[in-house]
Design a protein around this ligand. Structure first.
Ligand code: SIN
Length: 545
């Protein structure tokens, strides 16, 4: 069934998402004279960027080097980083932070007048800059919002329209109803997919939208099985949905992880102890919880002087549930945090579809490999966002218009009930997985989809964009879950943040990315031909669109 369109627009670039990558790209493209239309399905602060605490990893001027940051990133990435992409993005860090500072972002300074730097898991030195103590993302978002870029809030993309020449534009829904935007370039900056799980640090809008749009537009995604669980998320009995993060920087400043008997959780697990890469720490916590039959462990930050000044956001979150981190242990457990894989791109955000770009958490540039190093995400959003905004200029004037009779629909997209999906993924695709669980989840998910009633109500709800957006989100989550489960079942090894209890070791023959594209009947299919399964995906990305 087709939907009637009530509005039409034209742009040189459509940016989908209003977080760090999207707004950085939009700003860069606008400064280059492109007509940019930015669509954001929530409000100005409903982004994952807003909730980032720890900071931005950027090479420090003294006692640090690009080499060292690259090495830490590659070690955390457990054999799947693209070293050239890592170097390229790390090298872009200082320029990106300078540009953000010029825009008005204010970072914390020490008494010596220098920018303060903290340490987080997997970093060999103190190189994480931060703002407002533990509110770095909020400051980045504030500075970008203050740049005054025009953003259409409450608007979501239903479909990316392509032709033989690549991207032609998007079909979108906003409070004006369904519309069509003719544009030769679209940048996805939609964040991650934390809402696939019952507990996540991500905001409600992290619903895999970009993954689904990219797959349906013919792009390749990869490394989806590497879903990072943050080790220390505030635990409250029965707490679900977005859970407050307890930044790794708390451990960076000296807090320690202990179990319910007061014993260290990470002693003997890794030379860096509580500051090991976060996959290691999450696994150690999961193992200890299993051993003791508990649902959380504790973070002891009582020895940190001035905790409430250094970590005001965390202090407030703890106090809100009756825990005073200055005198109490903080109950914590791992929760879904970051999608390390995503839409395959080069380091300028170009995907395998001409005119389609992706940047930020939704993209797979090769920076994170099998496990993202802490605070490399804002860095990537800034660096690749800027480059993608510049790269989009290469498409100016290149595309045909979207044909008037283009067919699209929301109701026909397969989707499962969100709560059942979250339960399924939390049970079978969390910190530790196994083959039986993953295969069972694939089958169960197919049953959940096909068991649903055909629901055409979305088509008659053009006057209720929020309801249409909810249906789109459910469809995106369902497609992403299928792709993630397939890839996780195929990866019969443990690597980075993909841990299989039935295959506890890494296997050299699997040291490559697993890609997914959409096959017949809109089903995700693994890419199994040799060329697609090399460690580097740059060959799959056209040099210039
Ligand atoms: C944290 O502050 O621990 C999270 C930072 C990140 O995910 O990079």
């Amino acid at each position: 069934m087709s939907i009637s369109l009530t509005w039409e627009a034209e742009a040189d670039l459509v940016v989908v998402g209003g977080g760090v990558a999207g707004l950085t790209a939009a700003r860069t493209a606008s400064l280059r004279g492109l007509r940019v239309l930015t669509l954001s399905k929530g409000g100005a602060t409903d982004t994952s960027t807003q909730y980032a605490q720890g900071g931005i990893a950027v090479v420090a001027p003294h006692g640090d080097s690009v080499e060292s940051h690259v090495q830490d990133t590659v070690i955390a990435g457990a054999g799947l980083c693209d070293p050239d992409a890592v170097r390229s993005i790390v090298e872009g860090g200082q320029h990106a932070v300078a540009a953000l500072t010029d825009l008005g972002a204010v970072f914390d300074h020490g008494r010596d007048g220098e920018v303060s730097r903290t340490r987080e898991g997997g970093h060999s030195t103190r190189r994480i800059i931060h703002a407002g103590g533990d509110a770095t993302g909020a400051e980045v978002q504030r500075a970008l919002n203050a740049a005054g870029l025009p953003v259409l809030f409450g608007a979501a993309v239903i479909e990316i329209v392509t032709g033989p020449d690549g991207v032609r534009g998007v079909i979108a829904v906003s409070d004006k109803g369904f519309g069509m935007v003719h544009a030769p370039a679209v940048l996805l900056a939609t964040g991650g997919l934390g809402q696939l799980y019952a507990c996540s640090t991500n905001p409600p809008g992290a619903t895999a939208d970009g993954i689904a749009l990219a797959l349906r537009a013919g792009a390749v995604v990869a490394d989806l099985e590497f879903l990072q669980f943050h080790p220390t998320v505030l635990f409250t009995p029965g707490g679900v949905g977005r859970r407050p993060l307890i930044s790794e920087a708390v451990r960076g400043e000296g807090a320690i992880l202990v179990d319910s008997q007061g014993n260290s959780v990470t002693a003997g697990v890794h030379p860096r102890g509580d500051l090991a890469p976060r996959d290691v720490v999450s696994r150690a916590i999961a193992a200890r919880m299993h051993e003791l039959g508990t649902d959380h462990v504790y973070l002891d930050g009582r020895a940190i002087a001035g905790f409430e000044e250094r970590f005001p956001t965390i202090t407030a979150s703890c106090l809100a549930v009756g825990i005073d981190p200055r005198v109490d242990l903080i109950p914590v457990a791992p929760a879904a945090h970051y999608q390390c894989g995503g839409v395959v791109t080069d380091t300028s955000g170009r995907t395998t579809v001409p005119g389609l770009y992706a940047a930020g958490e939704v993209a797979r540039t090769g920076l994170h490999g099998a496990n993202r190093l802490a605070s490399n995400s804002l860095l990537e959003g800034l660096v690749v966002g800027e480059r993608a905004g510049a790269a989009a200029a290469e498409r100016r004037g290149r595309a045909e218009r979207i044909p008037a009779d283009t067919h699209f629909g929301v109701a026909e997209l397969p989707r499962a009930d969100r709560k059942l999906l979250q339960e399924l993924m939390s049970e079978h695709a969390a910190v530790v997985r196994d083959g039986d669980g993953l295969r069972g989840a694939v089958l169960r998910l197919v049953g959940l989809i096909s068991g649903g009633e055909a629901d055409e109500s979305a088509e008659v709800r053009a006057d209720d964009p929020a309801a249409v957006i909810r249906d789109l989100e459910d469809a995106a989550l369902t497609l992403a879950a299928r792709a993630l489960l397939l890839a996780a079942a195929a990866r019969t090894e443990s690597r980075g943040c993909h841990t299989r209890s039935d295959h506890p070791d890494p296997r050299e023959e699997q040291r490559h990315s697993i890609g997914v594209r959409l096959g017949a009947y809109g089903r995700p299919q693994l890419i199994t031909d040799g060329s697609a399964m090399t460690p580097s995906w740059r060959d799959a990305v056209p040099a210039a669109h």
